[in-house]
Design a protein around this ligand. Sequence first.
Ligand code: FES
Length: 166
Amino acid sequence: MERKEFLSLVGVSVGAIILQSCLSGCSNSSDPTPTNNNNGNTGGTGGTGGTTTGLTGNNTISKGAINFTLDLTSTSFADLKTDGKAIVTGDVIVARTKAGNYIAVAKACTHQGTTVDFQADNNRFNCSNHGSNFDLTGKVINGPAASPLTQFSTSFDSAKNTLKVS
Ligand code: FES
């Protein structure tokens, strides 16, 4: 074997070894298998809009007139037994003011639809998206929202511990 031929063979062998080393070192065979965290969860049903325990009636504007009753003994609506608290059900935010009065308005800010928050200390509903504020009747205090939140009437039945919103 001549020197040139020998060096050529060695070069090919060394190159093959380096290539094999790189391929095995670069492979992901030692990487942990990605974990599937969905645990068989298919993403849920997205809510059916009418199965909340303690709610009877319609709380969805697209389904017709708002007209529902909340059972305040239900854990879903327990917050409404406390002054200054609020709950959202369907398209409506129902609040109990610090004075103990029940109020209800459409939850969607009339600017771009963000769900408003009840701020009991300020007696208002606030939209955190662009800062609109609405009073307890849904009237605009400051924009950018230009239209009021739809107000619904409330009627509390102390004997049954239920709140009707319509
Ligand atoms: S979406 Fe409420 S202020 Fe813009």
